[in-house]
Design a protein around this ligand. Structure first.
Ligand code: ADP
Length: 463
């Protein structure tokens, strides 16, 4: 597995999937850059792979994080620096991101060729643009008959573009530089490279797999993805059932059923400065971006707040949205906002809420609605991507069949969100229905078992 933690969602998957696959007889290592944050996990021993790769030496060091077996690319000239994995401290892309992530793909291929301490992978599983060049290097090294590749698209919005002039310096073959290859509107794209040259392409939900083939969601990659449609599958992400277990979660007052949530709700109201009330307490845990629909949610809240609903939001991101949400909280006693990134608080927020709102314009899979299901916090979601695949709308048929777990709405407009929130109030006001919803949600399988088995079958089919 060849991974880079684009964001928390991808990092969660890169961490959880190998553990889930170990139960499927898949022996996986996670290859990732040795960012300063991962050094504490490093074990003794290393292999010098290259004396000079894009400007400096590269070693591969084995490491462990819990049960996870890592192979860290120790290349100080590329990865040992302050700031984030992709952006410097001022929020600008690192100027050498092409070298940094070409190195990841290149070394994935070299490791596939040479192995690491007796471990010889048969499949290189690449995640997103950061690892998208690995399939090209595999082919160019003449390995693609023996070592197969899979690309998983977690978010097609990020293309990993770089200037064509870097092709030769990055050791990329000329045969990949054309319209049907890695070339993308006059530049080269690491994501497109992966889409074209990987043996299989997956994404993180069946609905997003279908959406990716359309201009509305494909972000310019729909054409090339259509050529791979036969090799494209959507496999849902799961969540870590130990980290997200309402009975053992150290961040909250443990609970087993809807009735037991009261202590967490009261704590959340106090933490976010909200008066207790009759209406549902809705929560949001999210990056604050347009993708997540959090620019329109403020305008959709009026009728919900009038009916006694309250909202607690934990998020960070777009500075203009941060200002907007802060000022909303100042004006409305029913809205409490914490701007920042805080994992323990995210557990308290999801445990204490009655409902979790995810009004995303697109959502490849989404994790917070899965945490919501697990914690009996009813998801109210846009009918898109993985949200459509994981939440069963409380329509009449689903309520009669006793299978509903949440509320879906479409499209992502102020009107539709506003109506979904009114439906939420109605469902919450009916004690029998609400109890049934929470029970269904908490029983809904959200772990990795079934998806890990699907990945294992995919790998086996390739080798
Ligand atoms: P994306 O990867 O697009 O941001 P996901 O729903 O797939 O969306 O994953 C987001 C992850 O980041 C979840 O684990 C969520 O709990 C976490 N998260 C997002 N914002 C915050 C925050 N402000 N504080 C703590 N955790 C957050």
């Amino acid at each position: 597995m060849c991974a880079a933690d684009k964001d928390r969602g991808l990092a969660d998957v890169a961490g959880a999937l190998p553990a889930a696959l170990s139960g499927q007889d898949v022996d996986m290592r996670v290859l990732l850059p040795a960012y300063p944050q991962v050094w504490p996990h490093v074990e003794a021993g290393d292999t010098v792979f290259e004396e000079n790769l894009f400007g400096g030496p590269v070693r591969v060091r084995p490491a462990r994080a819990g049960d996870l077996q890592l192979l860290l690319l120790d290349a100080p000239h590329l990865y040992d620096r302050p700031g984030g994995p992709y952006l410097d401290e001022s929020g600008t892309d690192w100027h050498d991101n092409p070298q940094r992530f070409a190195a990841l793909g290149y070394l994935a291929a070299r490791l596939a060729a040479e192995g690491a301490a007796g471990w010889h992978p048969q499949v290189v599983h690449c995640h997103d643009w950061q690892a998208g060049l690995a399939p090209i290097y595999l082919r160019d090294m003449g390995l693609s008959d023996h070592v197969k590749s899979v690309l998983t698209i977690h978010n097609v919005a990020f293309h990993g573009l770089f200037p064509r002039e870097l092709r030769a310096p990055l050791r990329l073959p000329i045969w990949a530089d054309h319209l049907g290859g890695a070339e993308f509107w006059g530049q080269l794209s690491m994501l497109k490279a992966g889409i074209v040259y990987a043996d299989r392409v997956t994404t993180v939900s069946p609905t997003y797999a279908a959406e990716l083939l359309t201009p509305e969601f494909g972000m310019g990659m729909e054409g090339i993805l259509q050529t791979r449609a036969a090799d494209l599958a959507g496999i849902l992400n799961g969540i870590d059932l130990n980290a997200w277990n309402p009975q053992t979660d150290p961040a909250i007052t443990p609970f087993t059923s809807h009735e037991d949530k009261a202590a967490n709700r009261a704590a959340l109201e106090a933490e976010f400065g909200l008066e207790p009330g009759e209406g549902p307490l809705a929560v949001v845990v999210s990056r604050l971006t347009g993708q997540k629909g959090l620019d329109i949610l403020p305008d959709a809240l009026g009728p919900f707040l009038e009916r006694g609903g309250r909202l607690a939001l934990l998020g960070a991101g777009d500075p203009a949205l941060e200002v907007r949400w802060r000022s909303l909280a100042e004006r409305h006693p029913g809205v409490g906002v914490h701007i920042g990134y805080d994992e323990a608080m995210s557990h308290r927020v999801i445990a204490g809420g009655d409902a979790i709102l995810v009004p995303s314009r697109f959502e490849p899979c989404g994790l917070t609605q899965l945490y919501g299901l697990r914690y009996g916090t009813i998801p109210v979601v846009a009918r898109t991507g993985g949200l459509a695949d994981t939440v069963i709308d409380s329509n009449d048929a689903a309520l009669k069949a006793g299978v509903a777990t949440g509320v879906q709405f479409s499209p992502v407009t102020v009107d539709a969100v506003s109506r979904a929130l009114i439906r939420l109030c109605d469902l919450h006001a009916d004690k029998n229905i609400w109890t049934q919803l929470v029970r269904n949600a908490m029983r809904h399988p959200v772990g990795w078992d079934s998806s890990a088995a699907t990945y294992a079958t995919l790998y086996q089919g390739l080798v």
